[in-house]
Design a protein around this ligand. Structure first.
Ligand code: URA
Length: 260
């Protein structure tokens, strides 16, 4: 059994993302390495978004009644990981506190070189208190394993929001703003070499952009001092398996950047 198959067997999931020919991984990584460095996003011509100025997604996704909420102070005021977990668990800053079963802070290695940021907990995450443990999480695990990453050792995974939006609706702007200091603290504490934002909400919010995911993919962005790549949300890939080949290119790029 290959190492990848062992990993998948270990985590007890069906290989949704099955690598049929391991030589392809190496070929793709070599091909990616031979290409010129990824284009720097246009946004780099302006100052990169900083942790103190985390953005919000497009107006179309904002709940109108919530747009007038004041932004919270940019003071982070979290002393350590235990304090982060305690503050998130006690948080009543937005309406999601009323409907959540559990808060979802993050999982993985708090000193990882790779930080993955998703959107918000779904049903399984809300029940288990951990990010990406449902179907989308299984696909993410498979993609990471196929790209040579051990999710417990090599990666820290978290979300923009720490509580589940009811019915998995899109995050509202005030929810993103009120949750942002938790994510900022996580980014600065993990201090990764690379951030991967999966999905439009994570990408647009982190990069203060209204560009489409298609536009943000394939470029290297910057969030403060952190390089950022953007890829598809695994839930989208489950609905649109034809896009998996592009996602695979993204993960090869991630691997290539971290191999340097
Ligand atoms: N989707 C996300 O963006 N995050 C999760 O934790 C689960 C599903």
């Amino acid at each position: 059994m290959s190492r990848q198959q062992q990993i998948l067997a270990e985590i007890g999931i069906r290989p949704l993302w099955q690598l049929r020919n391991p030589a392809i991984v190496e070929a793709l990584v070599e091909e990616a390495a031979a290409q010129p460095a990824p284009a720097q996003a246009a946004s780099l011509e302006q100052p990169a978004p900083t942790p103190a100025a985390m953005p919000a997604p497009t107006a179309a996704d904002v709940h109108p009644q919530e747009t007038s909420q004041p932004a919270p102070p940019a003071v982070i005021n979290i002393s350590d990981w235990d304090d982060l977990h305690a503050q998130v668990a006690a948080c009543q800053q937005c309406q999601l506190a009323r409907t959540r079963s559990n808060t979802v802070v993050g999982r993985g290695n708090r000193q990882a070189r790779l930080l993955i940021i998703g959107e918000a907990p779904g049903e399984q995450e809300d029940l288990q208190g951990l990010p990406f443990v449902g179907k989308a999480g299984h696909l993410l695990e498979n993609m990471l394993a196929a790209a040579g990453f051990d999710s417990a050792r090599d990666v820290y995974i978290c979300n923009l929001l720490k509580c589940r939006p009811p019915g998995n609706r899109n995050p509202a702007q005030d929810e993103i703003v009120k949750c942002q200091r938790f994510l900022q603290w996580q980014i600065e504490s993990v201090d990764p070499e690379l951030i991967v934002a999966v999905g439009r909400f994570a990408a647009q919010s982190l990069l203060q952009s209204t560009a489409s995911l298609g536009n943000l993919r394939g470029k290297q962005h910057q969030y403060g001092r952190y390089p950022v790549l953007v890829s598809f949300h695994p839930a989208y890939l489950l609905r649109s398996p034809g896009e998996k080949a592009k996602a695979w290119q993204d993960w090869c790029r991630v691997r290539q950047l971290l191999q340097k």
